[in-house]
Design a protein around this ligand. Structure first.
Ligand code: FES
Length: 126
């Protein structure tokens, strides 16, 4: 087997803007059969802007992801670094998550289906 040639240049180190939290919305086909997750994503930039989460020290980074191996009861939203995984994130429930969690720093316990490691207090999951 012929060894690969040594790279002659090192890629430029990428960078992203500073953010407080990272919100990931699954828009995979099994979560988004009716377009609800994509419709949610399409509203979030404006919702974050209205809540003051689009810039500065409270900035929220938004990403669409294609699957987190749950595949039911969506739209699903994961908020890191708090480790909070939300289900049934309708527009109204997203408004609660924005007000209570992203602005108020308190996880919305009744919408969490999984609490992973993170910086938020773990809710009681039944
Ligand atoms: S498609 Fe969303 S978790 Fe699998």
């Amino acid at each position: 087997m012929t060894p690969l040639p040594e790279p002659t240049t090192i890629p430029e180190k990428p960078s992203i803007g500073v953010y407080k939290r990272h919100v990931m919305v699954c828009t995979g086909i099994r979560c988004d059969q009716h377009g609800d997750a994509q419709a949610l994503v399409d509203t979030l930039s404006n919702k974050f802007k209205v809540a003051g989460l689009h810039a500065g020290p409270t900035r929220v980074k938004l990403s669409q992801i294609s699957c987190i191996a749950v595949c039911r009861s969506g739209p699903l939203v994961c908020v890191q670094p708090d480790g909070a995984w939300y289900y049934n994130v309708t527009s109204e429930n997203m408004d609660r998550i924005i007000a209570q969690h992203l602005v108020g720093d308190q996880v919305v316990d009744d919408l969490v289906f999984h609490q992973g490691p993170g910086t938020a207090a773990a809710p009681e999951i039944s």
